[in-house]
Design a protein around this ligand. Sequence first.
Ligand code: FE2
Length: 303
Amino acid sequence: MPVAGAEPRSPRAERARASIAEALLSLIDEGDLQPTANRIAERAGISLRLIYHHFGDLESLYREASRIQLKRLLERFVPVPPDLPFDERLTAFVEQRARLYDWQTPVRRSAMIMEHSSRTLQQARSFGRTAATLEFDSPWNWKIMVENFMESYHHIGPHAGSLQLFNPAFGTYATDDAGAFSILENPPVAGADSFVVACIFPLTLIAVTESATPWALWYEFDRIEHHRFLLRIHLLTRPELAAQPELVARYAEQIRHIHLEDIPVCEGVQRGYRSPLYASGPLSHLEGGLWHFHRYLQRCFAS
Ligand SMILES: [Fe+2]
């Protein structure tokens, strides 16, 4: 995810940053829980100077490593088939959780050891307190909500006065298609904050901002029927931010405002599907997340 207000980086620079962050994570995985910058440079096969050239400081490197770690975690996540008997689903769920926690342990221990000197790691470890929950009765098919969530092309329309000003449609792109999830980047214009949205197929929707006051949004679906569901948007943040009612209320109002802009779009798409004039068309390069989701659905229907 690009740093707020930063200039876009070249693909080569992005690859270099990723290889440095992966060097850090590989050292931690092998038991070096406090790798020095020299060790990271040695593992990455570059000079120490290049680490600071690409990241400026170790905080930025930790931020990139946290992002890669989340991606690696998502890659290990395998949805449990919902049609299995309950006992088998429970066993599969518990076994997977145990494997994920086991795999995550070295990075978690490392963050615990180093967080006293790193605000980034403090934030990463204390993230996740529910600050507020918004509810919306949603009279449309849940897949329309997922589609709306996984493309930011529509910022140019219903969000012309909000998101489009800070995270314009044209700069957005999907980065992952690992079969079970998709990630959509929303780079900022100068001075704004970036955010990333992720869908673990079929309907775990998460959005994360990168800013001095970071937030995550979890879109939870309930009472799923063919054409109606209850949407709960959970606002998650660090405990000290969750304890500030005015801050939480202000952010909740922003999120409510943005979702109110999305409601007519989702309702319109639902009506459009019923129209005899409906016809599918090609997706643009700004709709990579939709393409991933459609391929997932295709695989489900094929099987
Ligand atoms: Fe939207």
